[in-house]
Design a protein around this ligand. Structure first.
Ligand code: PLP
Length: 382
């Protein structure tokens, strides 16, 4: 159903034709691990064993490909499982990876602590400094430029089209982690990226009840290699997870609209608050990435970070005093969350070039009534 132009129409229908056997309007949850063959090798619809393919996962994969305007989507057990499969498919001993200076902590840990043991080297770089990026790239051995935009937790914005150009000049692939924006706000494959990565745990699932990951590509060879790895490495998502992500995606558009409307109000409120020294939200005109974000995104999203004039102590106090904002890791669900990246999500980056400041607080702004969210921040900062 990729022929429908509208994003919200595709979110509700792509990959989700009514079940041919029963007419069920909702994609069936297929728990079967194996499928009856009509004679040896006589597969029905290509299904034999559920690691290789499962109809519920196929629905999600078709949906993801449609939303990201790719040709193939692949679902995994988590965002990091997707990343691991990707890195071990496109890299080999001697390969080199350039990653943005404040990539997700788990991505940095995977590249620097795990994949590195197989002889894959990495260099962090400021992706918005074209000279620094070119200097970090080692033509011939850089296989991947890893870009996250907006970043977690500093909300830096990278120019996807320009980063793609620089990566491609050196024969490297551009990977974009699109978890923060979601395909509703940004479609990196249309801007020159080769591979989109998602933690579907976040906005795509959207209800804090499923862990999952995905890759989406356009290139046929990449699709074939990654599909082979998905089966050969086996880090596939389970059918219940797939089903929950399909269900979550149906409301992605309306959720994102509310997430970002609430985040914009909160950004404005925090900007004027004397206890706050800086608000990091790409929707603010003084944000260094505002113009690029306005060009390559259709909105600024629901994630926002801010720094406290009173330093780390003050940041910890706000996190502890918040009540409606739940003190918790993760993001992208309907409920608002607050966290201290330096001690929580990004603790694994301590002492590395990717360390984040202690006075920083990150909000995942949910879809509650914004006046209640503002009142909670008012009492927490008071
Ligand atoms: C959460 C997250 C990941 C990792 O995904 P998991 O589903 O937790 O494995 C990767 N990138 C970003 C930006 C994330 O927020």
């Amino acid at each position: 159903m990729t022929e429908f132009p509208g994003f919200d129409t595709r979110a509700i229908h792509a990959g989700q034709d009514p079940d041919p056997a029963t007419g069920a309007v909702v994609v069936p949850l297929h728990l079967a691990t194996t499928f009856k063959q009509d004679g040896v090798g006589g597969l029905r619809g290509g299904y034999e064993y559920a690691r290789s393919a499962n109809p519920t996962r196929d629905a999600l994969q078709a949906l993801l490909a449609s939303l990201e305007e790719g040709t193939a989507g692949l679902a995994f057990a988590s965002g990091l499982a997707a990343e691991d499969t990707l890195l071990r498919t496109v890299c080999a001993p001697g390969s080199h990876v350039v990653l943005g200076g404040d990539a997700y902590g788990g991505t940095f840990r995977l590249i620097s602590k795990v994949v590195s043991r197989w002889g894959v080297e990495h260099t962090p770089a400021d992706l918005n400094d074209a000279d620094a990026l070119r200097a970090a790239i080692r033509p011939g051995s850089t296989r991947v430029v890893w870009c996250e935009t907006p970043t977690n937790p500093l909300l830096n914005v990278a120019d996807i089209a320009r980063t793609a150009e620089i990566a491609h000049e050196a024969g490297a692939l551009l990977v974009v982690d699109n978890t923060f924006a979601s395909p509703y706000l940004q479609r990196p494959l249309t801007l020159g990226a080769d591979i989109v990565v998602h933690s579907t745990t976040k906005y795509l699932g959207g209800h804090s009840d499923v862990v999952g990951g995905a890759l989406v590509v356009r290139d046929g060879d990449l699709a074939e290699q990654l599909t082979y790895s998905q089966n050969a490495m086996g880090a596939v998502s389970g059918p219940l997870s797939d089903w929950l992500v399909v269900r979550g995606i149906k409301t992605l558009g309306v959720r994102m609209e509310r997430h970002q409307a609430n985040a914009a109000r909160i950004a404005e409120y925090l900007t004027a608050h004397p206890a706050v020294s800086r608000v990091l939200y790409p929707g603010l005109p003084d944000h260094p990435g505002h113009e690029i974000a306005a060009r390559q995104m259709s909105g600024y999203g629901g994630m926002l970070s801010f720094r406290l004039a009173g330093g780390e102590e003050a940041a910890l106090r706000v996190c502890e005093r918040a009540r409606l904002f739940t003190l918790a890791e993760s993001l992208g669900g309907v409920e608002s969350l607050i966290e201290h990246p330096h001690r929580m999500t990004h603790a694994s980056a301590a002492g590395s070039p990717l360390e984040v400041p202690g006075d920083l607080v990150r909000l995942s702004v949910g879809i509650e009534d914004v006046d209640d969210l503002l009142a909670d921040l008012e009492q927490a900062l008071g």
